[in-house]
Design a protein around this ligand. Structure first.
Ligand SMILES: Nc1ncnc2c1ncn2[C@@H]1O[C@H](COP(=O)(O)OP(=O)(O)OP(=O)(O)O)[C@@H](O)[C@H]1O
Length: 292
């Protein structure tokens, strides 16, 4: 089932197209990394999904229901974690979550068990201190618990790891991965390693559109080239036959030639490189290719 479906979405500010005919689909229990540089329109897109910002064109569906600007009806399906969540800092986490639970349709007798469950999955069960004493990582984890209080089908996170140190980042990513058993997640970021770590799909937002969508279950993103270590004589004779780009030191990369043809050529030229390996593309390589 499509939990989030965006069709031909557009948004401009002062005649500048920020989102330009964007379409994407996020399926049930997937985790989707929404990648874009600063100012590329990630928050603008999320605000339109939440019905808080009016698109200039296009449609958004959450759990099959159309999102209408100014109408929060579809937000019953959504949990939202902003990049810097705000809390009542004088409260403890259970007190804060109790307050949030009261604002939802959650039955009274289910509230405490839901709060206990959420505190355990975000690693804050034994925490007795007030929120004002929390680290940024703890606040972000509490933000996830708060966003999930009403058992939403879709969790939207806006740059959830941007303010966190490596440990806090790892903890939060693990939580996002773990909760996909009960909810679908879309999170925006410009940190590609975060996306590679936990996402099923990644969409690269560039100039208002998803310019590339990547299935991260496939580990092979294609070849960059063949890397060889060559001495100066070997380099001279090989570079007369094929294009070689210099990496560093004695290392070169052959592109636009198959491994088979390269082996054949090396044999013909009687070159035996001390190192030879196929270099694979990373998500970063793909990002740089499509946003050039
Ligand atoms: N209310 C607004 N009025 C005018 N311009 C806006 C408004 N909101 C956003 N913009 C512009 O739209 C563009 C996209 O902004 P947005 O905040 O969606 O980007 P982002 O990808 O979330 O960036 P970041 O990673 O820095 O948070 C920016 O150029 C921003 O200045």
């Amino acid at each position: 089932m499509d939990i989030l479906k965006i069709e031909n979405l557009s948004k401009s500010f002062n005649d500048k197209n920020v989102i330009d005919n964007l379409s994407l689909i996020v399926r049930e229990n997937e985790i989707y990394g929404f990648i874009g540089s600063n100012g590329s329109g990630k928050t603008t897109t999320m605000n339109m999904i939440l019905g808080q910002l009016e698109p200039n064109g296009g449609d958004i569906y959450v759990c099959g229901e159309k999102v209408n600007f100014g109408n929060t009806e579809t937000n019953k399906y959504i949990g939202y974690l902003p990049d810097v969540p705000e809390f009542y800092n004088y409260m403890t986490a259970p007190q804060y979550l109790r307050l949030c639970a009261k604002l939802t349709d959650l039955k009274k007798n289910e509230r405490e068990s839901r709060i206990d469950y959420l505190l355990s999955i975000v690693g804050l069960s034994g925490e007795r201190s007030k929120i004002k004493a929390y680290s940024r990582g703890m606040k972000q984890r509490l933000g996830v618990a708060q966003a999930l209080i009403h058992q939403p089908e879709l969790l939207i996170c806006d740059e959830p790891t941007s303010a966190l140190d490596p440990k806090g980042r790892m903890e939060l990513l693990k939580i996002l991965k773990d909760i996909t058993a009960e909810t679908t997640v879309i999170f925006s970021t410009h940190v590609l390693t975060d996306v590679e770590r936990i996402s099923d799909y990644a969409g690269i937002l560039y100039e208002g559109n998803i310019v590339k969508e990547i299935d991260l279950s496939k580990t092979d993103f294609g070849d960059k080239g063949i890397d060889l270590k060559l001495d100066s004589n070997e380099y001279k004779s090989l570079s007369e036959r094929i294009e070689l780009s210099h990496l560093q030191g004695d290392n070169y990369r052959a592109v636009d030639i198959s491994l088979r043809d390269l082996y054949q050529l090396l044999y013909t030229l009687d070159i035996q490189p001390s190192q030879l390996e196929l270099s694979k593309k990373s998500l970063e390589d793909i990002y740089l290719e499509v946003t050039r």
